[in-house]
Ligand binder design. Sequence first.
Ligand code: 5GP
Ligand code: MG
Ligand code: MG
Length: 183
Amino acid sequence: MKDYRDFLAEVLIPEDKLQKRITELGAEISRDYAGKEILLICILRGGVMFLTDLIRHIDTPLAIEFMAVSSYGVGGRESQGQVRITLDLNCSIQDKHVILVEDIIDSGHTLASVIELLETRDPASLCICTLLDKVERREVNVPVKYTGFTIPNKFVFGYGLDIDDFYRNLPFIGVVDLERYQP
Ligand code: 5GP
Ligand code: MG
Ligand code: MG
């Protein structure tokens, strides 16, 4: 694996800007759900960094759970219309206030499928909190309640987001120069 500096086109969102926005999102969620218990469901693996930072800024009783999904057609950089649950929840979400925590929404297919599935399990409420949103790429409508940043149509990595499973550990969001990236 190459050093990320060899293919980093630009730092799109530096660490301090990410952390400031996540602090604001945590405060917003705390206000909106004051007096309620919430369940945050993180979609592995991209959402992990965001979840762990976000919950430090939420001041209402909360539990966390994890799900993993995969698009048909593994290895691509875009999801297709169908997703498969590869790790399901360990708990019931019936009558719970659920917030789905995602790293990025692109076409919207992943979250549309997850939402459709979770709605059948009767939560008290269900909403989406995403760190990044590539709004212009949307193919299916998904109701997003909390957005960290709206970003342009560029392939990004770092802060949970991978390129071929690596670079999730970087504390900022960077843009890949695909001409300089050799897998
Ligand atoms: P969607 O189903 O909305 O098209 O795609 C969502 C998933 O695609 C994300 O959870 C993420 O795994 C992946 N994805 C979409 N855009 C990017 C990107 O710019 N960088 C990375 N690393 N993953 C992305
Ligand atoms: Mg994701
Ligand atoms: Mg990925």
